[in-house]
Design a protein around this ligand. Structure first.
Ligand SMILES: [Zn+2]
Length: 445
């Protein structure tokens, strides 16, 4: 038997007919250095991530990895590299506010290498930041290391990562829950994730309440996994700071909305998470989307699993999976209700979950589908793009990313077509820039 990685490479080659260039390119991918230290991207439509109207024929000046100026006519220093971006749309690199940068299915790939290849791929899809809301105990320390490295790196050829560390869940007593919250807090995560499970796994109110209290004592915000309105209301009253999913059992009510607005609590609807629960009852058409196929060096092992007839049969017969079709309808209704009420919506997919229960949550690709679903829910394309940029940073309290403002890091997504006209145009990627440098594209040529 061949080793899994070699088998995957051969299968990938057969499936795609381009493994020769595809795989080698990934290994040698490098960034294009910016000459002279200052680069000006000129004549572009610029969507700055705040929700303000796009600027036409604007220029972005980047210096030392950061944005120096944005506007109609900013000063461009002599010697700057000028790049004509006429006809292009430039927006901030996207933020997946609820993903999972975690060890994948192949046990032979070292964790660090595995996380880096995933973050390299998400960057290729224009998602330049991934907030991992959950980890196994062996992923979390590698996530933290990568986060620390990105703080001081002068160049970066992967998405930035932030993390909650391991999700705090399934404790029987408040004392145990406090101990685990403190253990996670000690590794210095960006936020604490807690998890409402269905009975019998669920924690009682004293136990999950202890997690919120302990996290806040340690100066950490809390994001709960919720499904039911009653849990969302209780945990927001207790002080939760961001909802990691939509309410999916009924319409959100005025009381929840008022409590969220009072403390600027945002929500990450993760609509594609619902899709992936039931969609593999058959083979989705997007498995043939060339934009999806760009990610096959990573996606292949999951594509094989969810394409198997027995797997699809199981999804068709699974009552819970089928019930999620209705949960998606409800989640979309709540996106619109909450957006209209002024609750900040952030884009997230719950993508990348590697455990053995969930498959086919393709980190990088599904972010673009999430934008489409947000628009289907009733958001304008501008609102959806803001969810994926400025609101992601606002809701997750991420500094200096998400909007194109002077001083922020120059993480950019350059598009060949205008996403304000059709949200699917976020797939028309011209180039991705991280810390002011253009990333070499993977899997295209
Ligand atoms: Zn999750």
């Amino acid at each position: 038997m061949l080793p899994i990685s070699l088998r995957l490479a051969i299968l990938g080659a057969a499936a795609l007919g381009l493994a020769g260039t595809f795989l080698i390119e990934e290994r040698t991918a490098a960034q294009t250095p910016a000459a002279g230290g200052v680069t000006a991207l000129m004549n572009a439509r610029v969507i700055d991530g705040t929700g303000r109207p796009a600027m036409e024929k604007a220029t972005i000046v980047m210096r030392d990895g950061r944005i120096d100026a944005v506007g109609a006519n900013p000063t461009i220093p002599a010697g700057a590299t000028r790049v004509d971006m006429a006809g292009k749309t430039i927006m901030p690199g996207m933020i997946n506010a609820h993903g999972h940068a975690q060890k994948g299915l192949d046990p032979k790939i070292p964790i660090r290498e595995d996380l880096i290849r995933q973050l390299r791929m998400t960057a290729n899809y224009g998602v330049t930041t991934v907030v991992s809301l959950g980890a196994n105990k062996d992923d979390e320390l590698e996530q933290i290391k990568l986060r620390e490295e990105q703080r001081t790196a002068t160049t970066l050829d992967r998405s930035r990562v932030f993390t909650s560390g391991a999700s705090v869940r399934r404790f029987k007593t408040a004392q145990e829950a406090r101990a685990e919250t403190n253990r996670v807090a000690d590794i210095k995560p960006d936020i604490i994730k807690l998890h409402f499970d269905d009975p019998p796994g669920n924690m009682d109110a004293e136990t999950w309440g202890a997690i919120v209290e302990e996290a806040h004592k340690r100066g950490l915000r809390v994001t709960p996994h919720i499904f039911y309105l009653r849990d969302a209301k209780a945990v927001v009253k207790k002080g939760a700071d961001v909802l990691a999913h939509s309410v999916r059992d009924m319409d959100v009510d005025a009381e929840l909305i008022a409590d969220m607005k009072a403390r600027d609590v945002g929500v990450i609807p993760t609509l594609t998470r619902e899709v992936t629960v039931f969609v593999y009852e058959s083979t989705p058409a997007w498995f043939k989307d060339p934009f999806f196929l760009r990610g096959m060096s990573l996606f292949k092992e999951h594509v094989d699993i969810v394409s198997a007839p027995e797997f699809q049969q199981r999804v068709r017969n699974d009552k819970v999976a089928q019930s999620i079709k209705q949960a998606l309808v409800q989640a979309k209704r709540n996106v619109k209700i909450m957006a209209d009420a002024g609750i900040p919506i952030a884009m997230g997919t719950d993508g990348g979950v590697p455990n053995n229960m969930t498959f086919g949550r393709f980190l990088g690709y599904l972010e673009h589908m999430e934008l489409e679903l947000l628009v289907e829910s009733g958001l304008t394309p501008m609102q959806a793009l803001t969810a994926a940029t400025g609101n992601g940073a606002r809701v997750m309290r991420l500094d200096r990313i998400g909007t194109l403002a002077p001083g922020n890091v120059a993480d950019l997504l350059v598009l060949d077509a205008n996403p304000l006209q059709d949200i699917r145009n976020t797939k028309q990627i011209h180039s991705v820039w991280i810390a002011g440098r253009r990333l070499a594209a993977l899997g295209t040529n």
